[in-house]
Design a protein. Sequence first.
Length: 273
Amino acid sequence: MVHPLNVEGVDPFEFAQRAADQIAQKTSVEHHDIALTLGSGWSKAADLIGETVAEIPANDIAGFHKPAVAGHIGTIRSIKLPSGKHALIIGARTHFYENHGVRAVVHSVRTAAKTGAKTMVLTNGAGGIRPEWDGGAAVLISDHINLTASSPLEGANFVDLTDLYSSRLRGLAKEVDASLDEGVYVQFRGPHYETPAEVQMAKKMGGDIVGMSTALEAIAARESGMEVLGMSLITNLAAGVQKTPLSHEEVIAAGKAAEAKISKLLAEIVSKL
Ligand code: 8IG
């Protein structure tokens, strides 16, 4: 089946506008200020950020579908923060490895921008290359290396990616927790985890974190004029750094163990945005 965003003649921004209109109608919230994509391990943060105004199945919004991965919630929520701002919580991420094309991957980000969001918080579960990040560490993304060989931008659209992961927003996060480490996120296509040799390649390139999301979404967020904050929960050390084989069960368990801590952290950071 062809994904609706890939049908000939479809404009991805018009499609995002349609999705945003549906969100406004179904949540009765005209305008959102901040959007958060909550990846593996991060979903509980939504409960701490503010008061849920509405929650809708992702399926009900144009271009969204149920998540392919256990550990993702599959809904879109509108939350009112104590500051009075409105946050859009995207609990359904389309990964590049699902093969729906890059438009589908960044549709949620473009939709968030069309709801009015000026800040995009992208979170994920990921593998750590630095051995000291073993116990469910939360790390700020300082930059990325995109190894998907793809871009969400179409045509001769030369978008600047300097300071893509806003140093201003990283500074705000460090006001909450000065001990937060930063790292360069390397997006691989997946869905297989890396070989140990690929992890060493990523390390030599300057990478600290390996994952299967976020970089393409961050590019689209910048294209749409949003300021980006990226955070990874290190649920496992990357292949070869960790001596035991990687498993999705391990990732889910590490996410659960870190859930309370990182949710509180993220809620405190969001209160500063
Ligand atoms: I959670 O070790 C999680 N996601 N590419 N490598 C990649 N993605 C991941 C990993 C990992 N852990």
